[in-house]
Design a protein around this ligand. Structure first.
Ligand code: HEC
Ligand code: HEC
Ligand code: HEC
Ligand code: HEC
Ligand code: HEC
Length: 302
Protein backbone atom coordinates (compact mmCIF):
# COMPACT_ATOMS: atom_id res chain seq x y z
CA UNK A 1 0.00 0.00 0.00
CA UNK A 2 2.86 2.36 0.78
CA UNK A 3 4.59 2.08 -2.62
CA UNK A 4 1.87 3.75 -4.75
CA UNK A 5 1.60 6.61 -2.27
CA UNK A 6 5.32 7.09 -2.32
CA UNK A 7 5.36 7.04 -6.12
CA UNK A 8 2.55 9.56 -6.24
CA UNK A 9 4.40 11.80 -3.81
CA UNK A 10 7.62 11.62 -5.83
CA UNK A 11 5.59 12.43 -8.98
CA UNK A 12 3.92 15.38 -7.26
CA UNK A 13 7.18 16.87 -6.03
CA UNK A 14 9.02 16.42 -9.31
CA UNK A 15 6.19 17.82 -11.43
CA UNK A 16 5.77 20.76 -9.06
CA UNK A 17 9.49 21.30 -9.35
CA UNK A 18 9.14 21.42 -13.13
CA UNK A 19 6.18 23.76 -13.01
CA UNK A 20 8.14 26.16 -10.85
CA UNK A 21 11.16 26.26 -13.16
CA UNK A 22 11.14 29.54 -15.07
CA UNK A 23 12.92 28.52 -18.28
CA UNK A 24 13.89 32.01 -19.42
CA UNK A 25 16.16 32.39 -16.37
CA UNK A 26 18.59 29.94 -17.97
CA UNK A 27 18.60 31.85 -21.25
CA UNK A 28 20.80 34.69 -20.03
CA UNK A 29 18.14 37.32 -19.26
CA UNK A 30 18.76 40.97 -18.36
CA UNK A 31 19.77 41.75 -14.77
CA UNK A 32 16.36 43.41 -14.31
CA UNK A 33 14.75 39.97 -14.59
CA UNK A 34 16.66 38.71 -11.53
CA UNK A 35 15.12 41.58 -9.56
CA UNK A 36 11.69 39.94 -9.84
CA UNK A 37 12.85 37.84 -6.89
CA UNK A 38 16.27 39.13 -5.78
CA UNK A 39 15.12 42.72 -5.56
CA UNK A 40 17.35 43.80 -2.65
CA UNK A 41 20.51 42.44 -4.24
CA UNK A 42 19.51 44.04 -7.53
CA UNK A 43 19.12 47.45 -5.87
CA UNK A 44 22.64 47.19 -4.47
CA UNK A 45 24.16 46.01 -7.74
CA UNK A 46 22.40 48.74 -9.71
CA UNK A 47 24.41 51.33 -7.73
CA UNK A 48 27.72 49.53 -8.25
CA UNK A 49 30.48 50.38 -10.71
CA UNK A 50 29.97 46.88 -12.13
CA UNK A 51 26.49 47.90 -13.32
CA UNK A 52 28.00 50.97 -14.99
CA UNK A 53 31.02 49.26 -16.53
CA UNK A 54 29.64 49.52 -20.07
CA UNK A 55 27.56 52.69 -19.74
CA UNK A 56 30.35 54.69 -18.06
CA UNK A 57 30.93 57.85 -20.12
CA UNK A 58 34.68 57.70 -19.56
CA UNK A 59 34.80 54.08 -20.70
CA UNK A 60 32.74 54.96 -23.78
CA UNK A 61 35.19 57.72 -24.71
CA UNK A 62 38.35 55.73 -24.00
CA UNK A 63 37.11 52.62 -25.80
CA UNK A 64 36.38 54.89 -28.80
CA UNK A 65 32.64 54.48 -28.62
CA UNK A 66 32.85 50.78 -27.77
CA UNK A 67 34.87 49.95 -30.88
CA UNK A 68 38.29 49.11 -29.34
CA UNK A 69 37.78 45.36 -29.20
CA UNK A 70 40.49 44.63 -26.63
CA UNK A 71 38.74 46.89 -24.13
CA UNK A 72 35.27 45.43 -24.21
CA UNK A 73 35.18 41.99 -22.66
CA UNK A 74 35.88 42.81 -18.98
CA UNK A 75 33.29 45.59 -19.20
CA UNK A 76 30.56 43.28 -20.65
CA UNK A 77 31.73 39.75 -19.86
CA UNK A 78 30.02 36.55 -20.97
CA UNK A 79 31.15 34.32 -18.11
CA UNK A 80 33.63 35.01 -15.33
CA UNK A 81 36.67 32.75 -15.17
CA UNK A 82 39.45 33.49 -12.66
CA UNK A 83 42.12 32.04 -14.93
CA UNK A 84 41.53 34.20 -17.99
CA UNK A 85 40.17 37.49 -19.23
CA UNK A 86 36.48 36.84 -20.05
CA UNK A 87 34.98 36.66 -23.55
CA UNK A 88 32.74 39.50 -24.76
CA UNK A 89 29.02 38.98 -24.21
CA UNK A 90 26.61 39.18 -27.14
CA UNK A 91 23.41 40.21 -25.36
CA UNK A 92 22.55 43.14 -23.05
CA UNK A 93 26.01 44.69 -23.00
CA UNK A 94 24.60 47.77 -21.25
CA UNK A 95 24.25 45.61 -18.10
CA UNK A 96 28.05 45.70 -17.76
CA UNK A 97 29.38 43.18 -15.23
CA UNK A 98 25.99 41.54 -14.72
CA UNK A 99 24.35 38.95 -12.45
CA UNK A 100 24.33 36.34 -15.21
CA UNK A 101 28.02 36.90 -16.08
CA UNK A 102 29.05 36.31 -12.46
CA UNK A 103 26.58 33.56 -11.48
CA UNK A 104 25.42 31.52 -14.45
CA UNK A 105 27.70 28.72 -15.68
CA UNK A 106 27.19 27.29 -19.17
CA UNK A 107 28.78 23.97 -18.10
CA UNK A 108 26.11 23.19 -15.48
CA UNK A 109 23.34 25.50 -16.76
CA UNK A 110 22.82 26.57 -13.13
CA UNK A 111 23.31 29.62 -10.93
CA UNK A 112 26.44 29.13 -8.85
CA UNK A 113 26.77 30.81 -5.48
CA UNK A 114 28.16 30.48 -1.96
CA UNK A 115 25.12 28.76 -0.35
CA UNK A 116 23.45 25.41 -0.53
CA UNK A 117 19.94 26.38 -1.61
CA UNK A 118 16.70 24.91 -2.87
CA UNK A 119 15.70 27.26 -5.65
CA UNK A 120 12.71 26.00 -7.63
CA UNK A 121 12.72 28.72 -10.33
CA UNK A 122 16.25 27.88 -11.47
CA UNK A 123 18.85 25.21 -10.65
CA UNK A 124 21.61 26.34 -8.27
CA UNK A 125 24.98 24.93 -7.29
CA UNK A 126 26.96 25.59 -4.16
CA UNK A 127 30.42 26.71 -5.22
CA UNK A 128 33.02 27.83 -2.67
CA UNK A 129 35.04 29.70 -5.30
CA UNK A 130 32.63 32.59 -4.74
CA UNK A 131 34.08 33.29 -1.31
CA UNK A 132 37.67 33.47 -2.56
CA UNK A 133 39.69 36.41 -3.87
CA UNK A 134 40.68 34.32 -6.89
CA UNK A 135 37.11 34.74 -8.19
CA UNK A 136 37.92 38.40 -8.99
CA UNK A 137 41.30 37.68 -10.61
CA UNK A 138 40.26 37.31 -14.27
CA UNK A 139 39.42 41.02 -14.55
CA UNK A 140 41.20 42.68 -11.60
CA UNK A 141 44.43 41.06 -12.77
CA UNK A 142 46.99 43.58 -11.49
CA UNK A 143 45.23 44.12 -8.17
CA UNK A 144 44.96 40.39 -7.64
CA UNK A 145 48.72 39.97 -8.19
CA UNK A 146 49.46 42.78 -5.71
CA UNK A 147 47.03 41.26 -3.20
CA UNK A 148 48.56 37.80 -3.58
CA UNK A 149 52.06 39.11 -2.71
CA UNK A 150 50.84 40.46 0.65
CA UNK A 151 49.84 36.95 1.85
CA UNK A 152 46.87 38.47 3.72
CA UNK A 153 44.06 36.21 4.95
CA UNK A 154 41.42 38.77 3.93
CA UNK A 155 39.68 38.23 0.60
CA UNK A 156 38.58 40.96 -1.80
CA UNK A 157 35.01 40.08 -0.79
CA UNK A 158 35.74 40.71 2.92
CA UNK A 159 36.36 44.38 2.10
CA UNK A 160 34.51 45.00 -1.19
CA UNK A 161 31.45 42.77 -0.60
CA UNK A 162 31.15 43.19 3.17
CA UNK A 163 28.53 41.19 5.05
CA UNK A 164 25.14 42.89 5.40
CA UNK A 165 24.00 40.27 7.92
CA UNK A 166 21.55 37.40 7.59
CA UNK A 167 18.73 38.25 5.20
CA UNK A 168 16.36 36.60 2.77
CA UNK A 169 17.85 36.19 -0.68
CA UNK A 170 14.42 36.58 -2.30
CA UNK A 171 11.71 39.15 -1.71
CA UNK A 172 9.03 37.56 -3.89
CA UNK A 173 5.84 35.81 -2.79
CA UNK A 174 5.64 32.90 -2.05
CA UNK A 175 9.37 32.06 -2.06
CA UNK A 176 10.23 34.48 0.72
CA UNK A 177 8.23 32.32 3.15
CA UNK A 178 9.92 29.04 2.24
CA UNK A 179 13.49 30.20 2.51
CA UNK A 180 15.42 30.94 5.68
CA UNK A 181 17.62 33.99 6.12
CA UNK A 182 21.17 33.49 4.91
CA UNK A 183 24.43 35.45 4.99
CA UNK A 184 24.18 38.29 2.45
CA UNK A 185 26.96 40.35 0.95
CA UNK A 186 26.91 43.94 -0.27
CA UNK A 187 26.47 43.87 -4.05
CA UNK A 188 27.19 47.60 -4.41
CA UNK A 189 30.88 46.59 -4.35
CA UNK A 190 32.03 49.64 -2.35
CA UNK A 191 35.60 50.78 -3.07
CA UNK A 192 35.87 51.82 0.59
CA UNK A 193 38.38 54.40 1.74
CA UNK A 194 41.66 53.87 3.57
CA UNK A 195 41.49 54.74 7.27
CA UNK A 196 44.07 57.13 8.77
CA UNK A 197 45.73 54.20 10.58
CA UNK A 198 46.16 52.30 7.28
CA UNK A 199 48.94 54.69 6.29
CA UNK A 200 51.95 55.50 8.49
CA UNK A 201 53.49 58.93 7.98
CA UNK A 202 56.85 59.50 9.67
CA UNK A 203 59.35 62.36 9.44
CA UNK A 204 63.05 61.62 9.05
CA UNK A 205 64.95 64.64 10.39
CA UNK A 206 68.06 64.40 8.21
CA UNK A 207 69.37 66.59 5.38
CA UNK A 208 67.13 66.96 3.45
CA UNK A 209 64.06 66.41 5.60
CA UNK A 210 62.09 63.52 4.25
CA UNK A 211 58.77 61.81 4.77
CA UNK A 212 58.52 58.05 5.07
CA UNK A 213 55.07 56.88 4.04
CA UNK A 214 53.99 53.24 4.44
CA UNK A 215 50.76 51.50 3.49
CA UNK A 216 50.24 49.11 6.40
CA UNK A 217 46.49 48.54 6.09
CA UNK A 218 45.32 48.05 2.49
CA UNK A 219 46.57 44.75 1.06
CA UNK A 220 47.19 45.98 -2.49
CA UNK A 221 48.83 49.06 -3.99
CA UNK A 222 47.40 52.47 -3.14
CA UNK A 223 46.04 53.40 -5.55
CA UNK A 224 45.48 50.12 -7.39
CA UNK A 225 44.31 49.84 -10.99
CA UNK A 226 44.05 47.67 -14.04
CA UNK A 227 42.73 50.20 -16.55
CA UNK A 228 41.34 52.96 -14.42
CA UNK A 229 43.40 55.96 -13.29
CA UNK A 230 42.79 56.51 -9.57
CA UNK A 231 45.22 58.83 -7.80
CA UNK A 232 46.65 59.45 -4.37
CA UNK A 233 47.78 63.01 -3.57
CA UNK A 234 50.40 63.77 -0.94
CA UNK A 235 50.01 67.45 -0.04
CA UNK A 236 52.63 68.99 2.26
CA UNK A 237 52.30 72.54 3.60
CA UNK A 238 55.34 73.99 5.33
CA UNK A 239 55.65 76.97 7.67
CA UNK A 240 59.18 78.31 7.35
CA UNK A 241 61.31 80.23 9.87
CA UNK A 242 61.34 83.33 7.61
CA UNK A 243 57.56 83.50 8.03
CA UNK A 244 56.74 82.19 4.56
CA UNK A 245 54.43 79.32 3.70
CA UNK A 246 55.09 76.83 0.92
CA UNK A 247 53.26 73.86 -0.57
CA UNK A 248 54.42 70.68 -2.33
CA UNK A 249 52.13 68.17 -4.05
CA UNK A 250 53.13 64.68 -5.18
CA UNK A 251 50.75 62.58 -7.24
CA UNK A 252 50.87 58.79 -7.04
CA UNK A 253 49.25 56.56 -9.67
CA UNK A 254 49.42 53.17 -11.33
CA UNK A 255 50.41 54.83 -14.62
CA UNK A 256 53.35 56.66 -13.00
CA UNK A 257 54.39 53.39 -11.30
CA UNK A 258 54.81 55.15 -7.95
CA UNK A 259 51.82 53.81 -5.96
CA UNK A 260 52.34 52.93 -2.28
CA UNK A 261 53.09 49.22 -2.08
CA UNK A 262 51.84 47.25 0.90
CA UNK A 263 54.42 47.20 3.69
CA UNK A 264 57.14 48.94 1.62
CA UNK A 265 57.96 52.57 2.53
CA UNK A 266 57.88 55.37 -0.05
CA UNK A 267 60.22 58.30 0.63
CA UNK A 268 59.44 61.90 -0.24
CA UNK A 269 62.26 64.44 0.02
CA UNK A 270 61.16 67.88 1.20
CA UNK A 271 62.75 70.84 -0.62
CA UNK A 272 62.82 73.34 2.26
CA UNK A 273 65.36 74.76 4.76
CA UNK A 274 64.30 76.17 8.13
CA UNK A 275 60.99 74.34 8.48
CA UNK A 276 59.09 75.09 11.70
CA UNK A 277 55.95 73.04 11.12
CA UNK A 278 54.44 70.73 8.53
CA UNK A 279 50.88 69.76 7.65
CA UNK A 280 50.78 66.50 5.69
CA UNK A 281 47.55 65.41 4.10
CA UNK A 282 46.73 62.41 1.94
CA UNK A 283 43.80 62.56 -0.47
CA UNK A 284 42.50 60.02 -2.92
CA UNK A 285 40.62 60.38 -6.17
CA UNK A 286 38.80 57.38 -7.61
CA UNK A 287 38.92 56.87 -11.40
CA UNK A 288 35.31 57.80 -11.94
CA UNK A 289 35.05 60.70 -9.48
CA UNK A 290 36.04 64.31 -10.01
CA UNK A 291 36.54 65.28 -6.37
CA UNK A 292 39.31 64.27 -4.01
CA UNK A 293 38.53 62.79 -0.59
CA UNK A 294 40.76 63.22 2.45
CA UNK A 295 42.24 60.08 4.02
CA UNK A 296 44.33 61.77 6.70
CA UNK A 297 45.76 65.12 7.73
CA UNK A 298 48.44 65.47 10.40
CA UNK A 299 50.51 68.30 11.83
CA UNK A 300 54.19 67.85 12.66
CA UNK A 301 56.12 70.49 14.63
CA UNK A 302 59.88 70.54 14.37
C1 HEC B 1 11.16 33.49 -9.63
C2 HEC B 1 12.14 33.83 -8.59
C3 HEC B 1 13.62 33.89 -8.95
C4 HEC B 1 14.18 34.58 -10.00
C5 HEC B 1 13.49 35.43 -11.07
C6 HEC B 1 15.61 34.40 -9.86
N1 HEC B 1 15.90 33.63 -8.77
FE1 HEC B 1 17.74 33.17 -8.04
N2 HEC B 1 16.91 32.17 -6.47
C7 HEC B 1 15.56 32.01 -6.26
C8 HEC B 1 15.34 31.25 -5.05
C9 HEC B 1 13.99 30.87 -4.46
C10 HEC B 1 16.62 30.98 -4.52
C11 HEC B 1 16.94 30.25 -3.22
C12 HEC B 1 16.86 31.23 -2.06
C13 HEC B 1 17.20 30.64 -0.72
O1 HEC B 1 17.41 29.45 -0.59
O2 HEC B 1 17.27 31.42 0.25
C14 HEC B 1 17.58 31.57 -5.44
C15 HEC B 1 18.95 31.52 -5.27
C16 HEC B 1 19.88 32.13 -6.12
C17 HEC B 1 21.30 32.14 -5.90
C18 HEC B 1 22.06 31.59 -4.72
C19 HEC B 1 22.83 30.36 -5.13
C20 HEC B 1 23.79 29.91 -4.07
O3 HEC B 1 24.17 28.75 -4.15
O4 HEC B 1 24.23 30.71 -3.21
C21 HEC B 1 21.87 32.82 -6.96
C22 HEC B 1 23.33 33.11 -7.21
C23 HEC B 1 20.79 33.22 -7.83
N3 HEC B 1 19.59 32.80 -7.29
C24 HEC B 1 20.97 33.95 -8.98
C25 HEC B 1 19.94 34.40 -9.79
C26 HEC B 1 20.14 35.17 -11.00
C27 HEC B 1 21.47 35.59 -11.56
C28 HEC B 1 18.89 35.46 -11.49
C29 HEC B 1 18.57 36.20 -12.77
C30 HEC B 1 19.05 35.58 -13.99
C31 HEC B 1 17.91 34.84 -10.59
N4 HEC B 1 18.58 34.20 -9.57
C32 HEC B 1 16.55 34.95 -10.74
C33 HEC B 1 14.55 32.52 -7.03
C34 HEC B 1 14.70 33.29 -8.18
C1 HEC C 1 34.14 40.41 -15.47
C2 HEC C 1 35.16 41.26 -14.93
C3 HEC C 1 35.12 41.58 -13.45
C4 HEC C 1 35.04 40.72 -12.36
C5 HEC C 1 34.98 39.19 -12.38
C6 HEC C 1 35.06 41.53 -11.18
N1 HEC C 1 35.14 42.86 -11.53
FE1 HEC C 1 35.21 44.44 -10.26
N2 HEC C 1 35.21 45.73 -11.85
C7 HEC C 1 35.25 45.36 -13.19
C8 HEC C 1 35.20 46.55 -14.02
C9 HEC C 1 35.25 46.57 -15.54
C10 HEC C 1 35.13 47.65 -13.14
C11 HEC C 1 35.08 49.12 -13.51
C12 HEC C 1 33.71 49.55 -13.86
C13 HEC C 1 33.67 51.05 -14.20
O1 HEC C 1 33.79 51.86 -13.26
O2 HEC C 1 33.57 51.36 -15.39
C14 HEC C 1 35.13 47.09 -11.77
C15 HEC C 1 35.05 47.86 -10.61
C16 HEC C 1 35.17 47.36 -9.32
C17 HEC C 1 35.20 48.14 -8.11
C18 HEC C 1 35.05 49.66 -8.01
C19 HEC C 1 36.38 50.37 -8.08
C20 HEC C 1 36.21 51.87 -8.04
O3 HEC C 1 37.05 52.56 -8.62
O4 HEC C 1 35.26 52.36 -7.40
C21 HEC C 1 35.36 47.27 -7.06
C22 HEC C 1 35.49 47.65 -5.58
C23 HEC C 1 35.40 45.94 -7.61
N3 HEC C 1 35.28 46.02 -8.99
C24 HEC C 1 35.54 44.78 -6.86
C25 HEC C 1 35.42 43.49 -7.37
C26 HEC C 1 35.44 42.30 -6.56
C27 HEC C 1 35.59 42.26 -5.05
C28 HEC C 1 35.30 41.24 -7.42
C29 HEC C 1 35.24 39.77 -7.08
C30 HEC C 1 34.19 39.36 -6.13
C31 HEC C 1 35.18 41.78 -8.76
N4 HEC C 1 35.26 43.15 -8.69
C32 HEC C 1 35.03 41.03 -9.90
C33 HEC C 1 35.31 44.08 -13.68
C34 HEC C 1 35.19 42.92 -12.91
C1 HEC D 1 41.32 42.49 -17.98
C2 HEC D 1 40.06 43.20 -17.88
C3 HEC D 1 39.95 44.61 -18.44
C4 HEC D 1 40.19 45.03 -19.73
C5 HEC D 1 40.66 44.20 -20.91
C6 HEC D 1 39.92 46.46 -19.74
N1 HEC D 1 39.47 46.88 -18.52
FE1 HEC D 1 38.87 48.77 -18.02
N2 HEC D 1 38.71 48.19 -16.08
C7 HEC D 1 38.92 46.91 -15.60
C8 HEC D 1 38.81 46.91 -14.16
C9 HEC D 1 38.95 45.70 -13.27
C10 HEC D 1 38.53 48.23 -13.76
C11 HEC D 1 38.29 48.73 -12.33
C12 HEC D 1 39.27 49.77 -11.87
C13 HEC D 1 40.70 49.37 -12.05
O1 HEC D 1 41.15 48.39 -11.43
O2 HEC D 1 41.40 50.03 -12.87
C14 HEC D 1 38.49 49.01 -15.01
C15 HEC D 1 38.22 50.39 -15.06
C16 HEC D 1 38.26 51.15 -16.19
C17 HEC D 1 38.02 52.58 -16.22
C18 HEC D 1 37.73 53.48 -15.03
C19 HEC D 1 36.30 53.40 -14.61
C20 HEC D 1 35.42 54.28 -15.42
O3 HEC D 1 34.41 53.79 -15.96
O4 HEC D 1 35.72 55.49 -15.54
C21 HEC D 1 38.15 52.98 -17.54
C22 HEC D 1 37.99 54.39 -18.09
C23 HEC D 1 38.50 51.80 -18.31
N3 HEC D 1 38.53 50.70 -17.45
C24 HEC D 1 38.76 51.80 -19.66
C25 HEC D 1 39.26 50.69 -20.34
C26 HEC D 1 39.80 50.77 -21.70
C27 HEC D 1 39.89 52.03 -22.55
C28 HEC D 1 40.22 49.51 -22.03
C29 HEC D 1 40.96 49.07 -23.29
C30 HEC D 1 42.23 49.73 -23.53
C31 HEC D 1 39.91 48.63 -20.88
N4 HEC D 1 39.33 49.40 -19.89
C32 HEC D 1 40.11 47.28 -20.85
C33 HEC D 1 39.16 45.78 -16.35
C34 HEC D 1 39.50 45.78 -17.68
C1 HEC E 1 31.23 40.73 -9.95
C2 HEC E 1 30.48 39.49 -9.80
C3 HEC E 1 29.09 39.51 -9.23
C4 HEC E 1 27.98 40.19 -9.71
C5 HEC E 1 27.92 41.18 -10.85
C6 HEC E 1 26.86 39.73 -8.92
N1 HEC E 1 27.27 38.86 -7.95
FE1 HEC E 1 26.10 37.86 -6.64
N2 HEC E 1 27.75 37.19 -5.65
C7 HEC E 1 29.05 37.32 -6.12
C8 HEC E 1 29.96 36.76 -5.14
C9 HEC E 1 31.49 36.71 -5.24
C10 HEC E 1 29.15 36.25 -4.07
C11 HEC E 1 29.63 35.58 -2.79
C12 HEC E 1 30.03 36.59 -1.74
C13 HEC E 1 30.62 35.93 -0.51
O1 HEC E 1 30.14 34.86 -0.12
O2 HEC E 1 31.54 36.51 0.08
C14 HEC E 1 27.76 36.52 -4.46
C15 HEC E 1 26.63 36.16 -3.71
C16 HEC E 1 25.33 36.16 -4.21
C17 HEC E 1 24.18 35.53 -3.59
C18 HEC E 1 24.18 34.78 -2.27
C19 HEC E 1 23.88 35.73 -1.11
C20 HEC E 1 24.98 36.71 -0.79
O3 HEC E 1 24.72 37.93 -0.83
O4 HEC E 1 26.11 36.26 -0.51
C21 HEC E 1 23.09 35.77 -4.41
C22 HEC E 1 21.66 35.31 -4.19
C23 HEC E 1 23.57 36.57 -5.53
N3 HEC E 1 24.92 36.79 -5.37
C24 HEC E 1 22.77 37.05 -6.56
C25 HEC E 1 23.16 38.06 -7.45
C26 HEC E 1 22.27 38.83 -8.29
C27 HEC E 1 20.77 38.62 -8.38
C28 HEC E 1 23.04 39.73 -8.98
C29 HEC E 1 22.60 40.83 -9.92
C30 HEC E 1 21.58 41.77 -9.41
C31 HEC E 1 24.42 39.48 -8.60
N4 HEC E 1 24.45 38.50 -7.65
C32 HEC E 1 25.54 40.14 -9.13
C33 HEC E 1 29.46 37.91 -7.30
C34 HEC E 1 28.63 38.70 -8.09
C1 HEC F 1 41.60 44.65 3.97
C2 HEC F 1 40.64 45.21 3.03
C3 HEC F 1 40.90 45.09 1.53
C4 HEC F 1 41.13 43.95 0.79
C5 HEC F 1 41.34 42.52 1.30
C6 HEC F 1 41.12 44.37 -0.60
N1 HEC F 1 40.90 45.72 -0.70
FE1 HEC F 1 40.65 46.80 -2.40
N2 HEC F 1 40.55 48.51 -1.30
C7 HEC F 1 40.50 48.58 0.08
C8 HEC F 1 40.39 49.97 0.49
C9 HEC F 1 40.32 50.49 1.94
C10 HEC F 1 40.36 50.73 -0.70
C11 HEC F 1 40.25 52.25 -0.83
C12 HEC F 1 41.61 52.86 -0.94
C13 HEC F 1 41.50 54.37 -1.02
O1 HEC F 1 41.39 55.02 0.04
O2 HEC F 1 41.43 54.88 -2.14
C14 HEC F 1 40.44 49.79 -1.81
C15 HEC F 1 40.39 50.16 -3.16
C16 HEC F 1 40.20 49.25 -4.20
C17 HEC F 1 39.90 49.62 -5.58
C18 HEC F 1 39.69 51.03 -6.11
C19 HEC F 1 40.96 51.67 -6.60
C20 HEC F 1 41.70 52.36 -5.50
O3 HEC F 1 42.94 52.23 -5.44
O4 HEC F 1 41.09 53.10 -4.69
C21 HEC F 1 39.80 48.44 -6.29
C22 HEC F 1 39.52 48.30 -7.78
C23 HEC F 1 40.05 47.35 -5.36
N3 HEC F 1 40.30 47.88 -4.10
C24 HEC F 1 40.03 46.01 -5.69
C25 HEC F 1 40.38 44.97 -4.81
C26 HEC F 1 40.52 43.58 -5.22
C27 HEC F 1 40.27 43.05 -6.60
C28 HEC F 1 40.92 42.88 -4.10
C29 HEC F 1 41.30 41.41 -3.99
C30 HEC F 1 42.31 40.94 -4.93
C31 HEC F 1 40.98 43.83 -3.00
N4 HEC F 1 40.67 45.08 -3.47
C32 HEC F 1 41.29 43.52 -1.67
C33 HEC F 1 40.55 47.53 0.94
C34 HEC F 1 40.77 46.20 0.59
Amino acid sequence: MVAPFLLFFVFLVSSCGDILVEEDLLKRPQAKRCSDCHSEIFKEWEKSRHALAWKSEKFRLESENHTKVKCLSCHAPHQVDPQIKPALRVEFKEDGVSCVACHFKEETRAMHGPHKVWSPPHPSRQDFNYTKAFFCAGCHQETYKEWHLTKTQKSCQDCHMPSVGEKRLVQKFPFEYFHSKKPRHDHSFPAGKAKPEDILVELERGEPLRLKITNVGVPHNLPTADQGDPKLYIVVDASLSNGEKSRMVKVLSYQAKNALLYGVPTYVDLPWQGVEALRVSLQRKLSWKEEREEILSIKISL
